[in-house]
Design a protein around this ligand. Sequence first.
Ligand code: FES
Length: 394
Amino acid sequence: MALKGAAIVIDCYNDGFFLMSCTVNMSSINFPNIDHENLPKWQGDLAPLECIEIIEETHNVKSFRFKSQKDAWFQFLPGQHTTLFLNIDGADVMRTYTIASSPTRPHTITITSKRMTDGIVTNWMHDNLKVGDVIDALNIGGSFSVALDKPKKKVLLMSGGSGITPMLSMTRYFVDLAIDVDIVFIHNAQTPEDLIGKYELDYYAHHQLNFGLHYVCDKADATWQGASGFLDTKMLTRLVPDYLEREVYCCGPEAYMVNAKGLLRAGGFDMDYYHQESFDIESSTAQQNMAEPLEKPVVDVEYSGEIVEYNVILTETGKTISCASNSSILSAIQAQGIGVPFACSMGMCGTCRAKMTEGTVDMDAQGGLLKSHEEEGYILTCCSKPTSDVVLDL
Ligand code: FES
């Protein structure tokens, strides 16, 4: 029961001090445990997340902050993503979201999402998710992160629309760790009202050394003082005269990234220093249903070795299926009509992870598998082709 009582508060006004009395809630704050030595790491695998805060970022963008329902801290890299698993109107749906918060604040994760016309999960979250609600998440993964590279000391972050989320995570990471880096951040939005994270980025622009910030709005009225129109080489050169010397990180709708790559190439940029989040955040395959069947397995048309059929034994399902050496195990499973979790189908999100207890595979994971999980025998079925008979805990 909350204790309430009278308290005396000293207020300062125009250099004079006044005593004020008021009633305050005397119950204590319940601080979470942040002792990492005695606090487990959040492990995913449908681990429940509790929504603890919802922030309206713009007219159609919200940030949802979560903590682990069971005390735990989150280990991830700035720019990585997590996959949420929800049951909406009776259907299991998944959606992969970049984590917008920084791993330097490891006790919560924040997902910033934009309402979309056909965004089943995002729109459900915008309309229904409340503080205190609990949802499940599968894993954290991804290879789009400054922390995985050894980038130059000059970095150019480029984002379009809600593609800003990994850039927010990386910026917060740089700031929190006081990394010695020269950042220029270009963010494109349709209108000034669509700018996400503006107050925070403006703060960094004023208070951080070596932090250049440019907003570019497609459409803006006469009151807008920033750049407007389509980003082209001329505008890029004006905003970032030394862009050829920088390591570039880019995220946004496909058309935005195609344009960014094109104008960088045209300007003579060395594309070895260009990184992009190739996962299409606007039209993610992550919303596919677990049980969606395939007519036949998808084969790797560039596979050059001998094609051999192997057995894949699924111990939990109790089935044995055949999988060719030029086909992913996931697509062979789907072709049998067996429902298993998956999202990106690109080895990035970790959703299709399964423990392999026997056998060998050729796996092309794109960051969706933690090293510790790989050491424990897990594989990503979407990007693993069998090289022997295989037994999976699935
Ligand atoms: S489905 Fe995303 S890693 Fe396999």
